[in-house]
Write a protein that binds this ligand. Structure first.
Ligand SMILES: [Zn+2]
Length: 261
């Protein structure tokens, strides 16, 4: 199979784009009070390289945990710039069958801030058609902004189309959570130490918050935006041992919206 480029990083954000991203935090909020009585941790994987649905999945399942996989239909059966394969349709089907969540990341992994809103809508429609073709009876309810690119207009669109939309701004969601722009911590071996992972989990526990980690590849050579199996193992084991529940985004939303009886 030909090696193609996969998601290439967009050009650096212009001043306008940087301002839009900041402004998006304060408008079109979809805030709900959090009713969970203990902290929640979610492990999420963007773009879904094959290693995330093999090594990453095995590691989660060894701890009886499940993850959320934000997949792009346009990356299915393709390879990234380093030659690493992305997921296949069978990989996604296997994830869903084993209790993991397959969620939406747009079809073509586009830098949405650099596209007209109509083009973004068309890309999301194409992604919905991809999921329908997969034979899944439920359309993906949750979304992650490609490259974390968000503007007020994109946030309104995502807030209307999805139950939740996840960004890439590090933080623990606590108190009243904004479902249209969830904070998430990069679980990248290049930048995050085990001590920092433990601190984030403890913060979620202390604040009864919702901590979402996100990463890409899971391998011994995961690149700048992936995790080694050792770091993911540490994070999952630490979260599972903590007072937090480890849940998919979809299940976390249920826990947060409705206090368990
Ligand atoms: Zn992505």
């Amino acid at each position: 199979m030909a090696v193609d480029s996969g998601p290439t990083p967009p050009r650096p954000a212009s001043v306008r784009e940087a301002l839009e991203r900041r402004a998006a935090r304060f408008v079109h909020r979809k805030r709900i009070p959090m009713r969970n009585t203990a902290g929640v941790v979610s492990f999420t994987f963007d773009d879904v390289p094959r290693s995330a649905c093999r090594a990453g999945r095995d590691l989660l399942e060894a701890h009886d945990c499940a993850g959320t996989y934000y997949a792009c239909g346009g990356l299915t059966d393709r390879h990234g710039a380093t030659g690493e394969p992305f997921h296949s349709r069978e990989d996604l089907g296997g994830l869903a069958q084993n209790g993991h969540e397959v969620a939406c990341h747009g079809f073509a992994h586009l830098p949405y801030q650099q596209r007209h809103l109509a083009a973004v809508g068309a890309d999301l429609d194409r992604e919905a058609a991809f999921f329908a073709e997969l034979g899944r009876d439920v359309q993906p309810a949750n979304f992650a902004y490609p490259y974390g690119q968000v503007s007020p207009a994109l946030k309104r669109l995502a807030g209307e189309r999805f139950v939740s939309a996840r960004g890439i701004r590090p933080g623990v969601n606590a108190g009243r959570v904004d479902l249209a722009l969830l904070d998430a911590v990069p679980l990248f071996s290049s930048t995050l130490t085990e001590a920092a992972v433990a601190e984030w989990i403890e913060r979620a526990e202390r604040r009864r918050g919702w901590l979402l980690f996100f990463t890409h590849s899971v391998s011994d050579d995961p690149g700048p935006s992936g995790a080694t199996p050792a770091l993911l193992e540490f994070a999952v084991a630490h979260a599972a041992r903590s007072g937090c529940s480890v849940l998919t985004v979809s299940h976390a939303l249920g826990r947060i919206a409705f206090r368990p009886s």
